[in-house]
Design a protein around this ligand. Sequence first.
Ligand code: ATP
Ligand code: MG
Length: 202
Amino acid sequence: MTSLTAEQYKQKMQRRKEVQEQRVSQAALEKGLIIVNTGNGKGKTTAALGMVMRSLGHGYRVAIIQFIKGAWEPAEKAVFTKWGEQISFHALGEGFTWETQDRDRDIQKVYEAWNLALSYIRNPEFKLVLLDEVNVSLKLGYLKLEDLLAGLDEKPEDSHVILTGRGAPPELIERADLVTEMKMIKHPFREQGVRAQPGIEY
Ligand code: ATP
Ligand code: MG
């Protein structure tokens, strides 16, 4: 490679600076995101809760709808209630087959949760809506994918929706802007039979 003269070097750096500035200006565009946390590893819900925390820190209003009752409910609920009006938290996952053995009732419960979720998704005052474990409702066939996708179309331009749970369908992944698959490498429940612990799982 021939070495550059001082003038050539300056021109090269000038061009690089322009390209860089253009990239930054494009990247500075803000956009409300559809975010999917899926996969078999741990961290789907907790990563979403991290975004909830950040949003609260910015003063944004946040809604959380839990489609399946999680072990984490009591601890997080205690934290969230301290935020008052800024956060709306609904643990609605009370259905589910092995308890009720009534599919129609389970579907009805999921749609109650979904209709409430939709009211937050449409509401521009809520900057972030977390639909926790909604992917599982899709996988079980309780919530129709077409209803979910139509609902996401109603999201205001600058608000974010996070969908968590294993088995996110390809159509949802296609529609989303940010998709992360948590990969299980080791889990203490699997290898050591360690039960769910406070602070880690709930
Ligand atoms: P977390 O809420 O801890 O972020 P998650 O949302 O990724 O977990 P879920 O599918 O919602 O995972 O499962 C919730 C519970 O199952 C958690 O207590 C978690 O520790 C446990 N868990 C997650 N992945 C595994 C796994 N691969 N094997 C056994 N237990 C798991
Ligand atoms: Mg979860």
